[in-house]
Design a protein around this ligand. Structure first.
Ligand SMILES: [Zn+2]
Length: 471
């Protein structure tokens, strides 16, 4: 926060409010932030919404209230009494926990919809070539755009799988973007993109970050992990060992376009509780059993898996076997956007279509994947993922009074089948209002979008990358 600007604003506010020179302190209204600072935490009472707590013990509460105090869920129920709280009208709103996103290469946000139509312009050559020309400022611009899009879409937690750390200033810039927007996130530290597997990641920088994490944790909102490249070499195994010594969670892509990798990890004793495997599209029954036995979780990203031709996600098979599954964006270079409503809808349709069964994957079950199961898959199910008193207050409100909704029928079905990011009226993270009345409060969207567009054009120009139909 910038003290000079803050004071000037206070003074101006006092002068402009004629007759209000009583010395009353500047008190930001709901969701309003002091210039350059984090949005204030508010004590809130969301009144008379349709509350989907996603807590199996509590269930849904029609005409329900949610009391948020000190950044936590203080209470849920009907007719709550909270005299000091600002009242937020929940009439016509679906109130639920924020979506938990479980794997996203956020730095690729500058390459939205840039994977082309021929082999040489595909996702991997595109991202790897342009990625080597990224500056630390590009990481920051991408991070701000992605975090803003996440909040806009009702995503309150992202897993930033950062496989383009080209120096300590790159990880710092990516973290600063997450911190400034106020989102909850895990930052998983990886290699520079296109780096050889014969070189370890910057283990000194990773260790430095881990040992001084308090400086980056943003009051507990941000955590650190390893974006692991798998057991490809002695160097990547060293990355794994150091992360384990530092007590960091490990995440790895496996069985994307063929089987066998998960089996190799199992055979070498490298699967461990809390490890996350990404995609797991092609799994043998033995591999699924190994994941269950080792309490490994899986992140499924339907729009990258389908778009790039890995295959159909197998979320229902994994869940049926006892694997905890979360949903993810992966990369907007392939998925185009970060729309968790669309991701949920894709999963339900894929699973019902594969099973030729209208009832294979219920809307309620998919909604669990996007909230409480996603949180459990990231090891944060005790902190977020449901509106349970005592948990941190990550809450969203979806306005049903929109042309694509328009009525309150079955709430879980509405969320999975009909709702869109534009219907997200309010987003609260850790008790801070980051979106209100459909507008972001912690980010100047115009400025963030302009900066991202400039950074995208700049890095594409420096890399010399283009394909025929691209302007
Ligand atoms: Zn990925």
């Amino acid at each position: 926060m910038n003290a000079t600007r803050w004071n000037r604003r206070e003074v101006l506010g006092g002068v402009l409010a004629a007759g209000a020179l009583s010395g009353a302190p500047f008190r930001p209204s709901l969701g309003q932030q002091p210039a350059g600072g984090m949005t204030e935490r508010s004590e809130l009472l969301i009144r008379n919404g349709y509350v989907l707590t996603m807590d199996a013990q509590v269930g849904d509460i029609a005409g329900g209230d949610v009391h948020v105090r000190g950044g936590a869920i203080a209470a849920v129920g009907r007719g709550l009494n909270a005299p000091g709280a600002q009242v937020v009208d929940g009439t016509g709103m679906l109130v639920l926990p924020g979506f938990v996103e479980t794997h996203w290469h956020i730095w690729t946000a500058l390459l939205r919809s840039l994977a082309g139509d021929r082999q040489e312009h595909g996702y991997f050559p595109t991202s790897r070539t342009i990625g080597t020309f990224y500056s630390a400022e590009d990481m920051y611009a991408a991070g701000r755009l992605a975090a803003a899009e996440a909040i806009h879409s009702g995503i309150t937690f992202v897993h930033d799988w950062c496989h383009n750390v080209r120096g300590p200033d790159y990880s710092e810039a990516a973290l600063r973007a997450l911190e400034e927007t106020g989102i909850r996130a895990r930052f998983s530290y990886g290699s520079p993109t296109a780096a050889s597997n014969d070189a370890s990641i910057d283990l000194r920088d990773l260790t430095r970050l881990a040992e001084r994490w308090e400086e980056h944790a943003n009051g507990g909102l941000l955590t650190l992990g390893l974006a692991w490249r798998g057991a490809a070499s002695a160097a990547t195994l060293r990355d794994y060992e150091v992360a384990k010594e530092l007590g960091l969670p490990i995440s790895v892509h496996a069985n994307n376009s063929g089987g066998g990798v998960i089996q190799q990890l199992a055979d070498r004793g490298l699967l461990a509780p809390g490890m996350q495997i990404i995609h797991a599209v092609w799994c043998t029954p033995e591999e699924i059993r190994a994941m269950v036995a080792n309490r490994v979780t899986v992140s499924v990203s339907p729009y990258s898996e389908l778009r790039i031709g890995f295959g159909f996600p197998v979320a229902a098979d994994l869940i049926g076997a006892g694997v905890t599954v979360g949903l993810s964006v992966d990369t907007t270079t392939l998925s185009g956007n970060a729309d968790m409503f669309a991701i949920m809808k894709a999963i339900q349709n894929i699973e019902n279509g594969r099973a030729r069964n209208e009832f294979k994957m219920t809307a309620r079950r998919v909604l669990e994947l996007a909230t409480i199961d996603g949180a459990r898959s990231m090891g944060i199910g005790d902190r977020v993922g449901s509106l349970t008193p005592g948990k941190r207050a990550d809450v969203i409100m979806v306005d049903t009074r929109a042309v694509n909704l328009g009525m309150l029928t079955e709430p879980a079905h509405l969320l999975v089948e009909a709702a869109q990011p534009a219907n997200v009226d309010t987003v609260i993270v850790d008790g801070r209002v980051l979106k209100r009345g459909g507008r972001l409060t912690s980010v100047d969207v115009g400025e963030v979008v302009d900066a991202a567009a400039r950074a995208s054009a700049g890095v594409r120009r420096r890399s010399g990358w283009s394909w025929p139909s691209q302007p």
